[in-house]
Design a protein. Structure first.
Length: 100
């Protein structure tokens, strides 16, 4: 094994700290068909799925945020991006997530 002590710029693949996640910038567009309300949010997330969850949390009014958090952390929340967008579309909330 190569000695990297004292040289913080060199890592072998196995040594790279796995707890660090690469965050990307996304714009999340949310259109509520019921309220005719379009909002855009800029969020940092690991992927489109997490970006959508963060965007929906920002979109949700304060009095309902606790319910949205419980939904996202519960067993009912769809496990992937496509299923989650379908779930929200069923409630007449159109979404779009774009990496910037």
């Amino acid at each position: 094994m190569e000695n990297t002590k004292g040289d913080s710029t060199r890592y072998k693949a196995k040594e790279w700290p796995l707890k660090y996640k690469i965050m990307k910038n996304y714009v999340v567009g949310i259109l509520s068909m019921y309220e005719h309300d379009l909002k855009l949010f800029k969020v940092e997330a690991e992927d489109k799925y997490e970006a959508l969850k963060k965007g929906m949390l920002e979109f949700t009014p304060d009095e309902y945020k606790e319910h949205e958090i419980e939904f996202q952390n519960g067993a009912v929340c769809p496990p992937n991006f496509e299923s989650l967008t379908g779930y929200y579309e069923g409630g007449e909330i159109m979404t779009q997530v774009i990496e910037i």
